[in-house]
Ligand binder design. Structure first.
Ligand SMILES: C[S@@+](CC[C@H](N)C(=O)[O-])C[C@H]1O[C@@H](n2cnc3c(N)ncnc32)[C@H](O)[C@@H]1O
Length: 260
């Protein structure tokens, strides 16, 4: 058993190509963020933009959108994909918890649970404060983040769990994704060993990519406290992208906060 706390594997975000393989066909939140960006009355910033899963469709829709990410491999992959489409977005290489850009935005988004990569309270407050100070008056910060279910908190540790099987985007052969988790309940951190197994035509395992990631999970009341400390005065927290109230059944919080 590989211990996600003790090994020195690369981060899951160190390889943009591999990340795209793992996310092949993933549409989580895409229509929601595209819709928000279309309606924004001014420039848009996507924080933790990754390889452009959301940012590229926004650009293709003619939206004035910029991206920010900490991992160069993600930005390089995004820039290459944009160039292939004859697009050249402004991308910022920066930590979401401490950034300073010259522009102000009508909308800032942090799609696909990226906020949980702020690993300390300082980082969480820094991220929210930076977003607020980069919003136009009346501008809006919107992001989705995990709302830990009882299953999540109660998940077995050090057990290799099959998370899904999807076809390889080029070969059509199966790819299996595994997660081996470990929790630090005091720090509210989940450490994950992520494995992507590529299967050969005869069903044997061709190649296995291993990486690690960590996530600091938070609950609704803590989120509200963070927003308050970061200087926000008005926010709403929903249980889904369609705006339904947050209940025990939801596994994501959709946060919308206004710079008033
Ligand atoms: C789950 S991905 C989401 C990517 C993209 N927003 C999407 O919807 O596909 C999380 C992203 O957070 C980025 N990230 C992790 N820690 C970060 C940090 N401290 N500052 C900025 N970006 C970070 C990773 O590089 C990765 O691109």
């Amino acid at each position: 058993m590989i211990d996600p706390l003790a090994n020195d594997l690369p981060s899951t975000f160190d390889d943009g190509e591999l990340y795209d393989l793992m996310l092949a066909g993933m549409t989580y939140g895409l229509d929601f963020y595209l819709g928000l960006a279309r309606e924004a009355n001014g420039p848009v910033l996507e924080v933790a933009c990754g390889t452009g899963r959301v940012l590229l469709p926004c650009l293709q829709a003619g939206i004035d959108i910029e991206g920010l990410d900490l991992f160069e491999s993600m930005l390089a992959r995004l820039q290459a994909k944009a160039a292939a489409l004859d697009l050249s977005p402004a991308l910022h290489h920066s930590d979401m918890s401490d950034f300073s850009l010259s522009r102000r935005y009508a909308l800032i988004t942090i799609p696909f649970n990226a906020f949980i990569h702020n690993m300390s309270q300082e980082a969480q407050i820094g991220c929210l404060s930076c977003c607020r100070s980069h919003l136009n008056p009346g501008g809006r910060l919107v992001f989705d983040t995990a709302f830990p279910s009882l299953e999540w908190i109660g998940a077995s540790q050090n057990e290799r769990v099959l998370e899904g099987e999807i076809p390889h985007p080029n070969t059509g052969l199966p790819m299996r994704m595994y997660d081996t988790r470990r929790f630090d309940r005091v720090e509210q951190i989940q450490y994950s060993l992520n494995e992507l197994e590529l299967l050969a035509a005869d069903g044997s395992i061709g190649k296995t990519y291993r990486s690690q990631s960590s996530a600091r999970y938070i609950f609704k009341n803590e989120m509200e406290l963070l927003l308050r400390v970061a200087g926000f005065q008005r926010w709403e927290i929903y249980g889904d992208f369609d705006g339904r109230p947050l209940t025990n059944e939801n596994d994501a919080m959709i946060v919308s906060a206004w710079n008033e």
